[in-house]
Design a protein around this ligand. Structure first.
Ligand code: ANZ
Ligand code: ZN
Length: 873
C-alpha cells in the first residue's frame, strides 16, 4: 500500500501552475455550441489584502462555476478590480505615494493571493476600472445619457464647510459642524451632476417582481428605497401677493380624503418659498433664524419620529381649495425639502405629527373621518385617528366611506383645476459628481461663450492626469492642475475649462459585468454579439450591504443601456445570493483587542495571561478579531480554507470561525487522501463498476446505493438551493461508507467489489472537486485517470440504484393464506409483522391482541398465530 502523505502546499502549487499553463478556465469569445452560464462575484476594492470575507465570497462563486462547467456549460467566470475611490487618495496622502502606484501594487498583491485560492477565473478577461481603457466607455455612455436627457447638472443645497472649502456628505456633518475642522457647516447652492434614475422608478419597482431568484429581503429593501406612494397633488392659493411668488403652493398627499380637515400648511425650512413668504412680515426674523438653525441640523434627527415637532408661523395664509378656509402657513422641522414638493397640507385630527404640532401651537383640529361605532371629539382625542371610516365635515362627501373618498376628492379637485391624482417616489436622482481626484473625469468643458460643452467622442478618453498634488486640503485636486483644466472649447475654439469633478465610483461598478463579456473590445463598452452570448449574469454573489446602492444602480444602468441599444436584457442579474459574514470571538487583554492568532485556549501566548473573551462579531480590523487567510492557507492549504468556509454554514448565514472546524476540514481532506492514495496503484488498474448490479454482493449493492444517493443529493444541493454545506456533508458520509465497504469487502481479489470501490472513490473525488479542486486533481491523477477532473462531466446518478430492493411474502394466519405483503429486502421481523397486520384481511383474523407466535420464513412467508382475544366490553 502507498502511504504518501498529504502535502497541500505541493499539491496546490502544482495544479495552479497546470491550470494556468493549460488555460483551463479560459472562455472562448462568442462562438461555441454549449449553453452559457455567467457566474459573477462582486469585484473587490483592491485594498491590498485578502480577508476571510473574500475567501468566502469567491469560494462560493467558484463552486458554482466549477459545477456548471462540469455540467456542460460554457462558464464565464471573470475577476477584476473596483480600483477608483477615496482610500487610495487617503493612503497616498498618509504615505506620500501616488494613488495610481498604491492601487497597482495592491492589485498585483491581491491577484497573487487570489491565485493561491485556486479560483477558476478566466484571468485573460481581467478588468481594472482606473485604466483609461476601461473608463473611456463610461465617459462615452455618459455623453449618450447627456444627449438623452438622462444626465443633467443641477444646483442644490449641499453641506459646505467654509474652512475646508469643500462639500461634505451628510455623514460628515456632526452636530452641525465639520467632522474634520469643527467649523459650522452651512448650506450652499452648488452644481452637481445627476443621473435621472427617477425616470426608471416605476420600472425598477415593477420588474423587481420578476426577480424571483433574488432574496426577498433584498427585493423589499429596494422596494422601500424606491418608496412608491399613490396620492394626489393639490394646489393651494396664497392669500396675498408675495414678492417672488407666482402661482399656488403645491403639496403631495396620500390622504386627499382628509382635505376638508386641513387647517394649516407646513413647509420645509429649505423650501424656496419659506423665506420669501415671511419677508416683510412680523415673522421674518423668526423664520430666518429657524431656517438657518434647521440648515445645520441632521436630517435624521429632524425626521426621528420621537423628535420634538417644532416650527414657526411664516406670517402668511393659504386657501383650502375645497372649503375656502383661510389656513396659516408654517415652516416645520419634520418636513423634508426633497420629498414630494417639500410642502405638506396638515390635517391634525388624522396625522400624528400634525396632531402634535397643532397641539403645541394651538392650531384648530377638525375631525373629517369618523370610525365606525365611535364619535371622535377633538376636545378629548389623545392621538390622531389614522384609520378608515365615514367622511364628515366634508361638504358633499359626508357619509362617503373614506376609502372611496380619495377618488371622490380628487375628482372634485380635477373639476376645479386644483389638483390631480399623482404618484410620488422616495427615490431621488443619483448624484454622481464628487470633488475628488481618484475617479473618472467627467467629460465636459465649460466655455464662456458656449456654456457647458460635451467633449467630442473622438477626443475620449479624457485621461485623469497623474501629476497632481494631493494635500488633503480643500476642494478638487484637479482644479489645481492648470494643464488639465485649461483646454479649448470644442465648439468655438476659444479657451475653456474642464470639469474638475470626477464620477462616483458606483458608476464603474454599474457596468463592469458587461465589460467582462468582451474586455478588450475597441468599438464600445461591450460587443453586441458577446453581450447577447453572455448576458444576463446567471448567478451573482456578494454582500447584503449592497442591497440598495450598487444593486439598484446596476439595474438602472442596465435599463438605460437597453434603451440606448447597448444591451438586450432588462435585468443584469438573474439570480442573486447574498452571503453571510465571517465572524469570530473577540479577545481583550487590559482593554486592548488581541488577535486570535496570539491566543491559545483562552491564554495570551506572549504573556501567558488569560484573555477576556467577548462576543462573536464580524471579523473586523477595529476589533482585531480577524484571521489572516494567507497564514491559514500556508498552514492547511487553500482546499481546507475553502472547505471550511463552505461547510461551516449555508451561504446566506453567518459563519462562526472555529479552529476546531478548520482542523476538522483538514482531517476530512486527509481522510479522503488516504482513502484514495493507499490503494491508488490498485484502483488505477480497476475500471469503475459499470454493470446492472445483479452480480454484486449485498454489501457492494448497499455501497453503490450510497454512491448514487450521494450524487443525487450533492447535485441537487448545489444546483437547486446552493446548499453547499449539506452537499459537503453528503460527501463526508460517502467517505465513511467507502471506508466501511473497503474494510468489509474483498478488494484485493480484484472482482466486482474492487470495481465498486473504484467507482466510489472516483465519485468522491469528482463530487469534491468544486469545493477542493487541487486535491481532487491530484487524486484523479494518482488514481490513473486521464486528463483533469475538470475535463470530465459531472456524474449522473443511476436512478435504478436509488430504488430499495423489496421482497414479497405470503401472509398466513394460523397457517391459512390471507394476503401478500411487499417489504424492503432488509426489513426485520417486527417490520414485516407490522406491515402484514396493517392489511385489513389480516387484521380481521389476527385481532388487536398480541399474537401468540409469529414465524417468518425469510423471502417466503410470515405466519401469525393470534393471541387470546381481548374481552369484549
Ligand atoms: C395630508 C395627510 C393627512 C397626510 C393624513 C397623511 C395623513 P408617504 O406615505 O411616505 O408618501 N408629506 C408629504 N411631503 C412631505 C415632506 N416633504 N416631508 C414630510 N412629510 C411629507 O407620506 C406621504 C404623506 O407624508 C403625505 O400625506 C404628507 O402628509 C406627508 F391624515 O398629507 B399627508
Ligand atoms: Zn465655446
Amino acid at each position: 500500500m502507498n502511504d504518501a502523505p498529504y502535502r497541500p502546499s505541493e499539491v496546490e502549487a502544482k495544479w495552479q501552475a497546470r491550470w494556468d499553463s493549460q488555460g483551463t478556465f479560459e472562455v472562448p469569445g462568442t462562438a461555441g455550441d454549449k449553453p452559457k452560464y455567467y457566474v459573477l462575484e462582486m469585484f473587490p476594492y483592491p485594498s491590498g489584502n485578502l480577508h476571510m470575507g473574500h475567501v468566502r465570497n469567491y469560494s462560493i462563486g467558484d463552486v458554482v462555476a466549477r459545477f456548471k462547467r462540469a455540467r456542460g456549460y460554457e462558464v464565464l467566470h471573470p475577476m477584476g478590480w473596483d480600483a477608483f475611490g477615496m482610500p487610495a487618495e487617503n493612503a497616498a496622502i498618509k504615505r506620500g505615494t501616488h494613488p495610481a502606484k498604491w492601487t497597482k501594487k495592491n492589485i498585483a498583491q491581491m491577484r497573487d493571493q487570489f491565485r493561491l485560492l485556486g479560483l477558476s477565473y478566466d484571468w485573460a478577461r481581467e478588468v481594472t476600472t482606473c485604466e483609461p481603457d476601461y473608463y473611456r466607455w463610461e465617459q462615452a455612455i455618459f455623453l449618450d445619457l447627456l444627449e438623452k436627457g438622462l444626465a443633467y447638472k443641477k444646483g442644490g443645497l449641499l453641506n459646505w464647510c467654509d474652512s475646508c472649502l469643500t462639500v461634505l456628505a451628510n455623514e460628515q456633518v456632526e452636530d452641525g459642524a465639520c467632522w474634520r475642522c469643527g467649523s459650522i457647516v452651512t448650506q450652499r447652492e452648488l452644481q452637481q451632476w445627476y443621473l435621472r434614475i427617477t425616470d426608471y422608478a416605476e420600472e425598477l419597482l415593477e420588474s423587481l417582481k420578476t426577480l424571483d431568484g433574488w432574496p426577498s429581503a433584498v427585493r423589499s429593501q429596494q422596494e422601500t428605497w424606491i418608496g412608491k406612494s399613490v396620492g394626489a397633488s393639490i394646489l393651494f392659493d396664497i392669500d396675498a401677493d408675495v414678492d417672488g411668488i407666482d402661482g399656488p403652493l403645491e403639496v403631495f398627499t396620500t390622504r386627499p380624503d382628509t382635505l376638508y380637515g386641513c387647517t394649516y400648511m407646513s413647509l420645509a425650512p429649505e423650501h424656496p418659498w419659506t423665506r420669501k413668504l415671511a419677508a416683510g412680515t412680523e415673522q421674518e426674523a423668526a423664520v430666518v433664524a429657524f431656517a438657518d438653525r434647521m440648515g445645520t441640523t441632521e436630517k435624521a434627527d429632524r425626521m426621528d419620529e420621537k423628535a420634538e415637532k417644532e416650527g414657526v408661523f411664516t406670517g402668511r395664509f393659504a386657501i383650502n381649495p375645497v372649503n375656502g378656509r383661510r389656513i396659516p402657513i408654517y415652516t416645520a422641522n419634520f418636513v423634508l425639502a426633497d420629498y414630494g414638493t417639500g410642502a405638506v397640507m396638515a390635517v391634525p385630527a388624522h396625522d400624528q405629527r400634525d396632531f402634535e404640532f397643532a397641539g403645541k401651537y394651538g392650531i384648530e383640529k377638525v375631525v373629517v373621518i369618523q370610525p365606525e361605532g365611535e364619535t371622535l371629539d377633538v376636545a378629548t382625542m389623545e392621538a390622531a385617528f389614522t384609520g378608515v371610516g365615514a367622511m364628515v365635515n366634508s361638504g358633499a362627501h359626508d357619509g362617503t366611506a373614506s376609502t372611496d373618498g380619495k377618488a371622490a376628492v380628487i375628482g372634485e379637485l380635477e373639476a376645479a383645476g386644483k389638483g390631480s391624482a399623482t404618484v410620488n417616489y422616495r427615490l431621488r436622482d443619483w448624484g454622481v459628481s464628487r470633488q475628488r481626484y481618484w475617479g473618472t473625469p467627467i467629460p465636459v468643458v465649460y466655455c464662456d461663450a458656449c456654456g457647458m460643452v460635451p467633449v467630442p467622442r473622438d477626443q475620449l478618453p479624457v485621461v485623469l492626469p497623474l501629476d497632481v498634488e494631493l494635500t488633503g486640503e480643500a476642494g478638487s485636486p484637479l482644479a489645481k492642475n492648470p494643464a488639465f483644466v485649461n483646454t479649448t472649447c470644442p465648439t468655438c475654439g476659444e479657451s475653456a475649462q474642464r470639469e474638475t469633478d470626477t464620477f462616483d465610483t458606483f458608476m464603474e461598478s454599474s457596468w463592469y459585468f458587461l465589460r467582462y463579456c468582451s474586455p478588450r473590445f475597441e468599438g464600445g463598452m461591450v460587443d453586441g454579439d458577446a453581450e447577447r452570448r453572455f448576458m444576463a449574469v446567471d448567478q451573482y454573489i456578494g454582500g447584503a450591504e449592497h442591497a440598495v446602492m450598487h444593486l439598484l444602480y446596476a439595474r438602472f444602468y442596465t435599463k438605460a443601456l437597453r434603451d440606448l441599444g447597448v444591451v438586450h436584457v432588462d435585468e443584469p442579474f438573474t439570480r442573486l445570493l447574498t452571503q453571510g459574514m465571517v465572524c469570530h470571538e473577540t479577545y481583550q487583554l487590559d482593554g486592548e483587542w488581541v488577535y486570535p492568532a496570539d491566543v491559545e485556549d483562552g491564554v495570551h501566548k506572549a504573556t501567558g495571561r488569560p484573555v477576556d473573551v467577548g462576543r462573536v462579531e464580524k471579523m473586523a480590523k477595529s476589533r482585531n478579531n480577524t484571521v489572516d487567510p494567507l497564514a491559514m492557507i500556508a498552514r492547511y492549504g487553500a482546499d481546507t480554507a475553502r472547505l471550511f468556509v463552505l461547510f461551516a454554514a449555508p451561504p446566506p448565514k453567518d459563519v462562526m470561525w472555529s479552529t476546531a472546524g478548520v482542523d476538522g476540514s483538514f482531517r476530512f481532506l486527509s481522510r479522503v487522501w488516504r482513502l484514495a492514495v493507499r490503494r491508488a496503484d490498485q484502483l488505477a488498474t480497476v475500471a469503475p463498476y459499470d454493470g446492472d448490479g445483479s452480480d454484486l454482493s449485498t454489501a457492494a449493492r448497499d455501497f453503490r446505493r450510497s454512491i448514487h444517493t450521494t450524487i443525487e443529493r450533492v447535485t441537487h444541493d448545489i444546483d437547486q438551493r446552493l446548499q453547499l454545506n449539506t452537499a459537503i456533508a453528503a460527501v463526508m458520509e460517502l467517505v465513511n461508507e467507502a471506508y466501511k465497504f473497503d474494510a468489509s469487502a474483498d478488494i484485493d481479489a480484484g472482482g466486482t467489489d474492487a470495481a465498486v470501490l473504484s467507482e466510489g472513490v472516483e465519485i468522491v473525488v469528482r463530487l469534491l472537486s468544486p469545493f477542493a479542486p487541487h486535491i481532487a486533481d491530484e487524486l484523479w491523477e494518482r488514481l490513473g485517470r486521464e486528463g483533469l477532473v475538470e475535463d470530465v462531466a459531472w456524474p449522473e446518478h443511476d436512478a435504478a440504484m436509488l430504488e430499495v430492493d423489496t421482497v414479497t411474502l405470503a401472509v398466513q394466519v394460523k397457517g391459512k393464506r390471507r394476503a401478500e405483503v411487499t417489504v424492503p429486502a432488509d426489513a426485520d421481523k417486527a417490520a414485516i409483522e407490522a406491515a402484514a397486520r396493517a392489511i385489513p384481511n389480516v387484521a380481521k383474523f389476527v385481532g388487536d391482541a398480541e399474537p401468540r407466535r409469529v414465524i417468518v420464513v425469510p423471502g417466503r412467508l410470515i405466519n401469525i398465530i393470534p393471541g387470546t382475544p381481548l374481552p369484549k366490553s
